[in-house]
Design a protein around this ligand. Structure first.
Ligand SMILES: Nc1ncnc2c1ncn2[C@@H]1O[C@H](COP(=O)(O)OP(=O)(O)OP(=O)(O)O)[C@@H](O)[C@H]1O
Ligand SMILES: [Mg+2]
Ligand SMILES: [Zn+2]
Length: 506
């Protein structure tokens, strides 16, 4: 007897439908799995065998062959257990092969006692089943939150094989996936922005960075609040659009990092890998590649704290992805592409001792030591920074004063309005934010007041800006004008943009 049942697997950050075909025929008893299964899938037969027996069914004492199609797709993960069990039970005549079987895809890992365990990547796989024309999916109870917000798709949850078998026989219905009560979002911390006292200039720089999606570097002495400021960045960025939200949730689901009980994500992700991070952990890797930190930060902020401490190798592997907005990883099983459109925020001390340029304490480093220190970060990465911000320790008067500064909502609203202006201007050329503009868009789409132009040219020679830095100043000035709802870049916008270009490092 033969049966086919549907399940799915993940490749990169996308889900793909898998057909589980089972044939039960004469020959020596045994269970064989074919069709490019990874080790985790080959081990499925042991789990399936025990789970089937312990749920009151039998393993036929005949030859059982399970084929996973399409053959060319590398299959990984334990979520195929459930499809294999159902397929086996149908092929051996222990469950009816009703139309219900083809209506749903089945995802879940089986424990030896027949209970169904959660698996990573459910969201991506459910989307794949939806796109393949199925009407619904059966998923583990513990994965329900990440798939519940998908409307128009019949998602059922099961907690064990016995319960699922009754559903297939039509004896019992399965509960639908429930969205969690609070539409929370635990990918990034919260209330960071409103805890910052003083630091008006630094907060303004964050606002400009958020408005135009500009990479930013914060430099300052220990305890100045650099880390604290960077953490506040996702809060003032616009909420994720529903489309972005699905992609971000998919990525975190695949990495098994979607917080339990989180619904649709709205806040942008914030990733702060430690400086001992390996290149593979940064951009993704493994035999079956999994997303790295830069992909986990997709549509959000990647924060490199203590920038000079990162290895040259890690800095190097970041270059291309930062430029392209995606990472490509090639393996024998195929080529994987992970998205990584991020805002890069970095923080560092200005020198070894930490106090160069500080107004509270004298720097003890020699000029040579300072240059050595900064040379570690010079070059590829600093070239991609739009905003340089020197951060000083906050004065005691500011620290003692509760409140102060603008409310988070006011800043965020201004950023959101600035993005709207950019969208209107840049959508026709396929871009979204000012930071993405090249020299061509700069001259075609921006208008700069004559006085602003003059200031720019003066600065170009006075500050010895490189051509690249010159364009960056204009892009930042555009974001400042957008925050001002100004259709033209005025002199004051240029002046502020130039202030983020001051030499804050030796
Ligand atoms: N402006 C501020 N408002 C409120 N708290 C502050 C401010 N600045 C610093 N702090 C407090 O000081 C602590 C140290 O700040 P933070 O860790 O961000 O400094 P840092 O510049 O990253 O220092 P390091 O160079 O040591 O990493 C924070 O946890 C915060 O509690
Ligand atoms: Mg810090
Ligand atoms: Zn120093």
């Amino acid at each position: 007897m033969f049966s086919s049942v549907f399940s799915a697997t993940v490749s990169g950050v996308d889900g793909f439908r898998v057909t589980v075909e089972t044939d039960v025929s004469g020959g020596l008893p045994g269970l064989e799995v074919v069709g490019m299964p990874a080790t985790s899938v080959k081990e499925a037969k042991h789990r399936v065998r025990a789970a089937v027996r312990n749920s009151g069914f039998e393993i036929p004492s005949r030859r059982v062959t399970v084929n996973l199609a399409p053959a060319g797709l590398h299959k990984d993960g334990t979520q195929l257990d459930l499809g294999m069990a159902i397929s086996l039970l149908v092929a051996s005549g222990q469950l009816p092969g009703t139309s219900l079987i083809n209506k749903y895809g089945f995802l879940g890992e089986l424990a030896l006692d027949g209970s169904i365990r959660p698996v990573p990547g459910v969201l991506a796989m459910v989307l794949a089943l939806y796109e393949s024309g199925h009407e619904g999916a059966v998923i583990p109870v513990d994965n329900q939150a990440e798939a519940a917000f998908i409307k128009g798709f019949d998602i059922r949850v099961a907690s064990n094989l016995t319960q699922l078998a009754r559903f297939v026989r039509g004896e019992q219905s399965l509960p639908g996936a429930e969205a969690p009560a609070c539409h929370g979002n635990a990918l990034s911390g919260s209330h960071a922005f409103e805890q910052i006292r003083g630091q008006l200039a630094a907060k303004r720089a964050l606002e400009v960075a958020a408005a135009g999606e500009h990479n930013i570097l914060l430099a300052g002495p220990p305890g100045a609040g650099k880390s604290m400021l960077a953490k506040a960045l996702p809060e003032i960025m616009p909420d994720l659009t529903p489309e972005e939200s699905v992609t971000v949730a998919k990525i975190h689901s695949v990495a098994g990092l979607l917080p339990k009980g989180s619904g649709l994500l709205t806040r942008r992700p914030f990733r702060a890998p430690h400086h001992t991070v390996t290149p593979a952990a940064m951009v993704g890797g493994g035999t079956v590649p999994k997303p790295g930190e830069i992909t986990l930060a997709h549509r959000g902020v990647l924060f490199l704290d203590e920038l000079p401490e990162f290895s040259a190798q890690v800095i190097n592997v970041l270059r291309q992805p930062l430029e392209d907005g995606f990472v490509t990883i090639t393996r024998s099983g195929g080529t994987y592409r992970f998205p990584c459109r991020i805002l890069l925020a970095a923080a560092m001390n200005p020198c070894q001792c930490g106090y160069w340029g500080s107004d509270s304490q004298a720097c003890l480093c020699t000029p040579y030591q300072r240059r050595q220190y900064v040379s570690k970060v010079n070059g590829p990465l600093l070239d991609r920074i739009d905003l340089f911000m020197a951060v000083q320790r906050v004065g005691i008067e500011d620290l003692a004063r509760a409140g102060g500064g603008e409310a988070l909502q006011a800043v965020k609203a201004r950023v959101q309005e600035a993005r709207k202006l950019q969208k209107k201007r840049l959508e026709p050329v396929g871009l979204a934010t000012n930071s993405q503009m090249g020299p061509r868009e700069l001259s075609a789409l921006l208008s700069i007041a004559a006085s602003g132009r003059k200031l720019l040219l003066d600065a170009y020679s006075r500050m010895k800006l490189s051509a690249r830095a010159y364009y960056r100043v204009i892009k930042v000035a555009a974001s400042i004008a957008d925050l001002d709802q100004s259709p033209r870049i005025e002199e004051e916008h240029v002046a502020e943009a130039l202030s983020y270009r001051q030499r804050i490092l030796e």
